[in-house]
Design a protein around this ligand. Structure first.
Ligand code: PEP
Ligand code: MN
Length: 338
């Protein structure tokens, strides 16, 4: 339910309603807009129906949330969510956030040299997988905990917050310690137990869209995280499976305005995994920014031919630096900045 307050509702009236909602055993979520304040309430419709919330002073009307997802919906929270990462990075504001780094953390020296070069080019978050979801059990599986420590060390050296993928709920504590953003990969988008666990965490979560998931599936997965108390969710489109085989996946850029309409959560685009080839990444990155993405997630490697994972889609640091220059121009043209 959404409690729509009158434009002149006082703080005392808002407090009174919030107290009442809590007394009913329900969780209120206050959303302050420019013109009016809304209070979102999730809970059993029956409890809410038995309470004439409409008659409370300051209330204009009470409306049901029509979409299947509640907390992630725009109806529930009209203003854009801005997710705070580390000390200075904000995802979802005017500034577009570029997250860049290797697919996998391979060793400390390489990670640090990539971190330094992406920082110099203007990236503000370092990416790198320590636990890798590989199709084949014979492929490099990642350095595990050691990789997380290398990421934390690279953060200390460069000041860049780090994003890395969590695959197993048993590793959450380690991620709480070392990561700044917990990535939930495409293959785990519907691992509901994992979603519930990261929902209980306070760390920002980047939720990738499953490669065969609809927007509704994706947003319902995000709902699991918010419903468990973590509102710091960033959505990430990384390409979906279609009949097309010229690219690794099909980048669904139309999803950006769609998701912006349906939810208040920020959305970033990963053109590396969608394209599957580094040469296609710049076009898709620029298109994503033009279409309204709040950020980009890209794979960078100085020796792609020797990369232990996803070399073919990893950009050389110098190509990345050149792309960043173009991205600044595109961002400016659409009223944003990088
Ligand atoms: C990754 O970011 O390295 C990754 C495995 O991505 P996805 O889950 O989108 O395949
Ligand atoms: Mn990868």
């Amino acid at each position: 339910m959404i409690i729509v307050l009158k434009p002149d509702a006082s703080e005392a009236q808002i407090k009174h309603i919030v107290t009442k909602v809590k007394a009913l055993g329900l969780k209120p979520m206050i959303s302050r807009g420019i013109e009016r304040t809304l209070i979102g309430v999730i809970g059993e419709e029956e409890i809410l129906r038995s309470q004439p919330l409409e008659v409370f002073p300051g209330v204009e009307k009470v409306m049901p949330v029509l979409s299947p997802y509640k907390l992630v919906s725009r109806e529930f929270k009209p203003a854009d969510t801005v997710v705070r990462v580390g000390d200075g990075v904000r995802v979802g504001g005017r500034k577009i956030v570029v997250m860049a780094g290797p697919c996998a953390v391979e060793n400390y020296e390489l990670l640090l040299s990539i971190a330094k070069s992406v920082k110099k080019a203007g990236a503000t978050v370092l990416r790198g997988g320590a636990f890798k979801p590989r199709t084949s059990p014979y492929s490099f599986q990642g350095l595990g905990e050691e990789g997380l420590k290398f990421l934390a060390e690279a953060r200390k050296k460069t000041g860049l917050p780090v994003i890395t993928e969590l695959m197993d709920v048993r590793d959450l504590e380690l991620f709480e310690k070392h990561a700044d953003i917990i990535q939930i990969g495409a293959r785990n988008m519907q691992n509901f137990d994992l979603l519930k666990e990261v929902g209980r965490s306070k760390k920002p979560v980047l939720l990738k869209r499953g490669m065969a998931s609809t927007v509704k599936d994706w947003l319902l997965s995000a709902e699991y995280i918010l419903q468990n108390g973590n509102f710091n969710v960033i959505l990430c489109e990384r390409g979906i499976r279609t009949f097309e085989t010229e690219t690794r996946f099909t980048q669904d850029l139309s999803v950006i305005p769609v998701v912006k309409q349906k939810t208040h959560l920020p959305v970033v685009v990963d053109p590396s995994h969608a394209a599957g080839t580094w040469g296609l990444v710049p076009s898709m990155a620029k298109a994503a920014v033009a279409a309204g993405a709040d950020g980009l997630l890209m794979e960078i490697h100085p020796k792609p031919e020797e990369a232990l994972c996803d070399g073919q889609q990893s950009m050389l640091p110098e190509k990345f630096a050149a792309l960043m220059k173009d991205l600044r121009k595109v961002a400016k043209a659409v009223g944003r900045e990088i």
